[in-house]
Design a protein around this ligand. Structure first.
Ligand code: FES
Ligand code: FES
Length: 208
């Protein structure tokens, strides 16, 4: 689809729609990390003498072998070692939800989950949402159509939290969904638009 002449062009020649699409498909935000003051997630200090251990994780349907320290968080492993940078780190202390992933369909804060604790479980990140043919997941499509996010940094976490919530309650009221994603914060703070976008995505999911 051609861009509207009124649609602002982002750095790199992307329209806003193209920019948001890249964010919700793979969390491809670069400069937005500057909005957050928390550590970058992969920069934790390691204990002296700590030894990595080779383990197998199931991530987005694939078996991934990776060396993991005993105290390493899932956010560190996924972002820093497996290259899944769609997962964002905001606060790095279980407050903002930017790092939300699904573990056996349950939303979890990856910044506060030890990687060793999720061995044998199914981990889903935003990179695993798209269809096999490359098409967007219905939830992603709803967010794209409503343009609910501004910078998009929080979008991957919201998407994963919403998907986890909808697994248990596929037809929520707006208020129920608001409560379901209340563990996710947005620095740009247009929660009303975000909720509209997520409700649209939920509607697309029900349609199949
Ligand atoms: S980065 Fe904020 S909850 Fe994990
Ligand atoms: S942090 Fe910018 S859209 Fe949520």
């Amino acid at each position: 689809m051609n861009a509207s002449p009124l649609e602002p062009i982002r750095p790199g020649g992307m329209t806003r729609r193209q920019f948001i699409k890249s964010v919700i498909a793979a969390g491809a935000v670069t400069s937005a990390g500057l909005l957050f003051t928390g550590p970058a997630g992969a920069g934790h200090k390691t204990s002296p003498g700590a030894v990595e251990r080779l383990i197998t994780l199931t991530v987005n349907g694939q078996q991934r072998r990776v060396d993991v320290l005993p105290q390493e968080t899932l956010a560190q492993t996924l972002r820093g070692k497996l290259g899944l940078t769609g997962l964002k780190v905001g606060c790095d202390r279980a407050e903002c939800g930017a790092c939300t992933v699904l573990v056996d369909n349950e939303p979890l804060y990856a910044c506060s989950t030890l990687t060793h604790s999720v061995r044998g479980k199914n981990i889903l990140t935003v990179e695993g949402l798209a269809r096999a043919d490359g098409g967007l997941h219905p939830l992603q499509q709803g967010v794209l159509d409503e343009q609910g996010f501004q910078c998009g940094y929080c979008a991957p976490g919201f998407l994963m939290a919403t998907l986890g919530y909808l697994t248990a309650n596929p037809n929520p009221t707006r208020q129920e969904l608001a409560h379901g994603v209340s563990g996710n914060l947005c620095r740009c703070q247009d929660y009303d638009k975000i909720l509209t976008a997520l409700m649209r995505g939920a509607e697309y999911m029900r349609r199949g």
